[in-house]
Design a protein around this ligand. Sequence first.
Ligand SMILES: Nc1nc2c(ncn2[C@@H]2O[C@H](COP(=O)(O)OP(=O)(O)O)[C@@H](O)[C@H]2O)c(=O)[nH]1
Ligand SMILES: [Mg+2]
Length: 225
Amino acid sequence: MHLDHFPHGPAAVGADARRPDGSRRALRIGLGGPVGSGKTATVAALCRALRDRLSLAVVTNDIYTREDAEFLLREAVLPPERITAVETGACPHTAIRDDISANLEAVEDLEDEVGPLDLILVESGGDNLTATFSKGLVDAQIFVIDVAGGDDIPRKGGPGVTTADLLVVNKTDLAPHVGSDLARMAADAKAQRAELPVVFQSLRSEHGVADVAAWVRARLAAWTA
Ligand SMILES: Nc1nc2c(ncn2[C@@H]2O[C@H](COP(=O)(O)OP(=O)(O)O)[C@@H](O)[C@H]2O)c(=O)[nH]1
Ligand SMILES: [Mg+2]
């Protein structure tokens, strides 16, 4: 997919875009969405797609465990020092939206310890359709849903579906098995999101994460411009 498919506004370089030493900090992209939709699998695929050209790191958020980080470590998607886990306690959305201090500390520590970094991916612990990231924590957010969660999810809306910078509808390979109507999901997503982009993907297909990786590269190009 060509990058023109992902129009974006002027590079939003926030006041905090520089680190204390004056260098540009990494672009921070959050991945949210329901448990099991494929956030960790998307993070793993993005690391594989981007790691040769970019300096990147990952922060995971789990409620009581470090399971997502351990999966990424086992899969060796990045060197271990580039993967950090935040244990969020009972409320995964609080840690990415209301009290972001543990996550901010994690991203800043990564930049101090393994920097300079181009990109930090922050995976949310996964919750429901209302969990979105604070703009104080991430510069852009991806919301991941999947076709097996029901093809009415785009129609139901909620801030993740309607406002995320990119909506990913994952596991399209499962659509025939669960009776999900992809055309309907696409029409409903379009109605909710107007011009905001939507990617349908199957990580089981050869094309895999390529469209999301192209979107991330476009955001990064705008960030560094
Ligand atoms: N069939 C299929 N399974 C997928 C796809 N993406 C992820 N999965 C599987 O869905 C399950 C949940 O994925 P995970 O990334 O852990 O979800 P998370 O809770 O959102 O982080 C795992 O067993 C993945 O292997 C996909 O595109 N197609
Ligand atoms: Mg996960």
